[in-house]
Design a protein around this ligand. Structure first.
Ligand code: ZN
Length: 310
């Protein structure tokens, strides 16, 4: 495994038990800025996406994640009966659009880093989730097929220059293992983030001990919990820590899912979020950030509260 100049020092910090700050939400932040979500806005409003990345860097994030959630060949094909149907009634570029959008997403993060980081190491994490809808692990394809499809995505991320992968919102051990094996094949460092319920279990009923045991041989640089309310991911962190020797972390969401958009709530304003974040670090979290509904202000306050731990 080779490490880039931006990621190596952050990885070193994790190894020394220091805290690394991840960014907050991108998708919901686009909506909060009153822009719609078509094509992830990678093509029509690249300025908005780039500005959000820049705001997270300015807020102190050590790792920013690309705006590429669920961009895969399968996610486009799923709108059609089959490939022939897609070719017949779809627009001509659908077979390659996912890869083009992935590259565009990485490029915007790179541009924001070049403009804003000022020489501080900021790593770019290629953000990817499960192949089917993330909260439906029952729909996951068989392992061999999953590994091949993950690999296709990961090769594009690696080729585009990502420093690491953030395999996130994962709901089953099998999906995590398939994605991790694909990342190992490509040779890019990776973090894996699981969703858990209020008891700290995966939606399949598997435990984080199961996940840690299955993933240890594949050597992820961090195991995280994301996209669930703060008390749920905290429960997950408590479940994970006794079974995981590597870096662990947490980046919950704030608000409620209101498909296909997000309902923002004021349960965790930035100041309160930062206080809760300090408790996560006291528990043992070493990567902290935010998922849906969090903003650059949340990350700035969180980073401020953890200044001495970083
Ligand atoms: Zn989320």
């Amino acid at each position: 495994m080779s490490y880039t100049a931006d990621y190596e020092p952050l990885r070193g910090r994790l190894e020394r038990g220091r805290v690394v700050l991840l960014d907050g939400a991108i998708g919901t932040e686009i909506l909060r800025r009153d822009v719609t979500w078509a094509d992830h806005q990678l093509k029509k409003r690249p300025d908005v996406v780039r500005a959000i990345h820049a705001d997270y860097i300015a807020a102190g994030a050590d790792v920013i994640s690309t705006n590429t959630f669920q961009l895969t060949r399968r996610s486009f094909l799923n709108h059609f009966k089959d490939l022939a149907h897609m070719r017949h009634i779809g627009t001509p570029d659908l077979e390659t659009r996912w890869a083009e959008l992935l590259r565009a997403g990485v490029k915007l993060a790179q541009e924001a880093r070049a403009q804003t980081a000022g020489g501080r190491p900021v790593a770019i994490a290629g953000a990817m989730t499960t192949l089917e809808w993330c909260f439906r692990p029952d729909l996951a394809p068989p392992a061999d097929q999953a590994r091949a499809e993950y690999r296709e995505v990961i090769e594009v991320f690696a080729d585009a220059g990502c420093d690491l992968l953030l395999i996130e919102t994962v709901n089953s051990v099998g999906e995590a293992v398939a994605a991790a094996e694909a990342a190992r094949q490509v040779g890019i460092p990776f973090w894996i983030a699981f969703v858990c319920d209020e008891r700290g279990r995966l939606f399949t009923g598997e435990t984080l001990a199961d996940a840690a045991r299955a993933l240890a041989p594949l050597e992820p640089d961090a195991l995280l919990l994301n996209c669930a309310p703060p008390p749920d991911v905290t429960a997950g962190l408590r479940e994970l820590l006794p079974h995981w020797r590597g870096a662990a972390g947490i980046y919950p969401h704030v608000g409620r899912y209101d498909p296909p958009e997000w309902l923002f709530t004021d349960e965790y304003p930035p100041e309160r979020y930062a206080e809760v974040g300090r408790a996560w670090v006291d528990l043992g979290a070493r990567v902290v950030g935010g998922c849906c509904g969090t903003t650059p202000e949340h990350i700035a306050r969180l980073g401020g509260a953890l200044a001495t731990a970083r």
